[in-house]
Design a protein around this ligand. Sequence first.
Ligand SMILES: Cc1cc2nc3c(=O)[nH]c(=O)nc-3n(C[C@H](O)[C@H](O)[C@H](O)COP(=O)(O)O)c2cc1C
Length: 297
Amino acid sequence: MQFSEILDHRRSTRAYTGEPVTREQLDIMLEAGVRAPNACNAQCWHFFCTLDRKLIEGLVPEIYNRGDWLRDVGCIILICTDPDSLEPRFGAIVRERFAVQDTAAAATQILQCATTLGLAGCWMGAFDREKARNYFGVPAEMEPVIMLGIGHAAAEPPARPRKPMTEVVTMVGDCGRAEKRSVDEITPFAIRKASLPKAEFDNVNLSRATFNNVNLSGAAFTDANMKNTTYSGLTMQGAEFGCVDLRDATFANPDLSRTVFDGCSLRDVQIKNCDIAGMTVDGIAVDALIEAAKKKD
Ligand SMILES: Cc1cc2nc3c(=O)[nH]c(=O)nc-3n(C[C@H](O)[C@H](O)[C@H](O)COP(=O)(O)O)c2cc1C
């Protein structure tokens, strides 16, 4: 998921299906949370989590009384801070301020991560802190700050409008001229030095993508839009293509041995200086046909 899609789809959601969130999804979201920026990397946070349906339902209305929807989330993350564990060189006020900012950074990353997992969430600040402390067994030195409810959205709420940039942003000094471009155009999605065995790409638009030194041996492509793609250093032994649009794609020195093309348009394809021994089209050996045609000439 590109960053613009996270921005488009993350909404504070207040209607859930009741479907569970898995432990694996929770662990991924927590990983995103603990990678958030935090003061001095002191990580003065603690995450109390539950996937337990009974515990989730028990939060309403005692701990959270602003909506029954919370009963139907699949996961609760109560983010707490332990400000005293921040470096003693910070004064009390600074420590507390930093500690709260840390939890907010973690919460933001968790909610964005939830979006990439196809989940929805809602940030709750208006809950009973003392009751939450008892409920989750939060020790005295920690302070509950944010409660996140995460689950499967019953419906995606409409995006809530933001104030115009001119109202909330002041450019100071020379900041260049305004140019409206999407975040993805400025920072195109890139995968570098990745190992993606068993990766699944479903309904993926790869048009204008560039692949360098890619090993696609054994890969299967169906219904793929791969128009105008560029490939160099490509190994595709045993790859299978079904209903793939490779119009105007450029392949430089690829190894395509044993690749299967099924239901593809190869119209106006030019094959030059290639080893086509054993190549068949609908079961007919192409090399024998070419040899026969050459002899005829
Ligand atoms: C500090 C903070 C406290 C919030 N507290 C609550 C809350 O108690 N209950 C709730 O339903 N939403 C709460 N929200 C969610 C906001 O209402 C929501 O982010 C805002 O309306 C913008 O909508 P959006 O997140 O869909 O863009 C809170 C958000 C923040 C950042």
